[in-house]
Design a protein around this ligand. Structure first.
Ligand code: NAP
Length: 321
């Protein structure tokens, strides 16, 4: 008998059809539909992205074997709860690394050269004469790049900075990265020293209880007043209220954000700040990369439900335990 799969969020039609060849498939369009879908009978697999899935959402699920996330980050799932229930969680690392690194670089460049601000200024018809220094930005090339979390994406940004822009690279991570130190001349710093030395600080750590509000008022105060902060990790890693203050008071020069404490975000004091560049969580959002992520997540789900080994398992121990 075919197993049952629920798709939360969007999936391309041909991938839905591919799943339907092996499974009974239901696609949901809103989180409010999940409870009814789970109550309707056993759901063996869930696939999607971005929904909060923990005990309150999944308690009614019976027969659940796997949650296949179309993302690398998995902070929106209650991993302890999934472990307790023996539910496998799979994710899609690696395939989004370069695309997300492109966005990190874009936010650095855009904030440094005030692209969004000056684009708006020009469209309003303000360009009538020469531009004075009040409209100047700051250089990126040759400046010191500080990476918080030198994992896959952090290293890809560091490569762009080092090889493309001649930037000396500093980093902090749980562990030293001798190969990247060799390849990029990257130097390890503890967090406080990195914040004090870097001209661009790029945050690329997973969200966990250890990294929640890793960058707060104290850390922002350690940064140079000329420095730029970029967060492409998860919103709660940076204390947003403290960041608003720091940007408003000129404690740091500018910031580029892809992620926010609350998502989606349609109103925020951030929006009033000219020295902030913000985009709506688009780190991996290119046609090419979202497609590859979805294909990988479908494959992870198929393998988990058909008795094979998925390529990327967050908690593989539940299969052996
Ligand atoms: P990764 O390869 O696992 O890298 C994470 C890095 O963070 C590792 O180097 C790790 O150090 C380091 N780290 C973890 N906790 C730390 C701490 N407390 N202090 C300092 N460093 C710490 O993951 P990735 O693929 O690069 O992705 C990183 C995160 O980016 C994801 O978890 C996700 O939340 C976010 N992301 C966002 C988007 C987006 O759309 N904006 C897209 C993709 C990913 P060790 O190696 O020493 O353990």
């Amino acid at each position: 008998m075919k197993k049952n799969v629920v798709i939360f969020n969007r999936l391309a039609q041909d991938l839905i059809e591919r799943l339907a060849a092996n499974f009974n498939v239901v696609q949901l369009s809103a989180a409010s539909e999940l409870a009814d879908a789970l109550a309707a009978g056993p759901v063996h697999g869930l696939i999607g992205a971005g929904w909060q899935l923990g005990r309150p959402q999944l308690a009614a699920a019976s027969g659940l074997e796997v949650v296949s996330s179309i993302s690398v980050g998995y902070d929106n799932y209650d991993l302890d709860y999934l472990n307790e229930r023996g539910v496998l969680l799979t994710n899609t690392p690696d395939v989004l690394t370069e695309t997300t690194a492109d966005l990190g670089m874009t936010l650095m460049l855009t904030a440094a050269r005030r692209i969004v601000e000056l684009d708006g200024w020009m469209r309003e018809g303000n360009w009538r004469g020469g531009l004075g220094p009040e409209y100047f930005g700051c250089d990126v090339h040759g400046k010191t790049l500080g990476i918080i979390g030198l994992g896959n994406i952090g290293a890809a940004i560091a490569r762009r900075g080092h090889f493309g822009f001649g930037m000396p690279v500093l980093y902090t991570s749980n562990s030293r990265k001798p190969e990247l130190e060799q390849e990029l001349g990257a130097e390890f710093r503890d967090l406080d020293d990195l914040l004090g030395e870097a001209d661009f600080v790029c945050v690329v750590v997973p969200l966990s209880e250890r990294t929640r509000k890793l960058i707060g008022q104290r850390e922002l105060a350690l940064m140079k007043s000329s420095a730029i902060l970029v967060n492409i990790a998860r919103g709660p890693v940076v204390d947003e209220a403290a960041l608003v203050e720091a940007l408003r008071d000129g404690q740091i020069r500018a910031a580029g954000l892809d992620v926010y404490e609350q998502e989606p975000l349609s109103e925020s004091p951030l929006f009033a700040l000219p020295n902030l560049v913000c985009v709506p969580h688009i780190g991996s959002a290119t046609h090419e990369t979202r497609r590859v992520m979805a294909e990988l997540a479908v494959q992870n789900l198929e393998r988990a439900l058909l008795g094979q080994t998925p390529r990327h398992m967050v908690n593989p121990q539940v299969r052996t335990g």
